[in-house]
Design a protein around this ligand. Structure first.
Ligand SMILES: [Zn+2]
Length: 119
């Protein structure tokens, strides 16, 4: 059934498998071994994913999913909430709202937003 897997019959099959397990993207591996991303994807799903405990490449850090999760965390929680001594104990979001283009370090110090010792 179906066409034979071009990756499984590839002379560098083990190196390709290793690269995929280590988290190289399909694009990287496809470019390096001159095979198609489609073939790699099919091979990953049919022949590699089952034997591997790690999630598919598309769910690893560096992928869109992980980047989105990190972005959501930073923009959704970290920047609105986390306070920084260097920002006068304001969150990055609060600091951004109070920041004016004409502000100087001296203005910030006299407004008590930062102490002279911080600078
Ligand atoms: Zn295969």
């Amino acid at each position: 059934m179906g066409r034979p897997c071009t990756i499984c019959s590839h002379p560098h099959r083990e190196a390709i498998n290793q690269a995929l397990r280590e988290g190289y993207t399909f694009r990287d591996v496809a470019g390096h071994y001159a095979v198609s991303k489609t073939a790699l994807h099919r091979h990953w799903q049919a022949h590699l994913a089952a034997e591997s405990a790690s999630p598919p490449v598309s769910q690893r850090p560096g992928s869109g999913t992980a980047r989105r999760a990190l972005f959501d965390y930073i923009e959704g929680w970290y920047n609105p909430h986390r306070r920084h001594s260097a920002l006068g104990y304001l969150s990055p979001a609060e600091y951004e709202e109070t920041w004016q283009p004409h502000d100087t370090v001296q203005d910030a110090v006299s407004a008590g937003m930062v102490s002279a010792a911080d600078g």
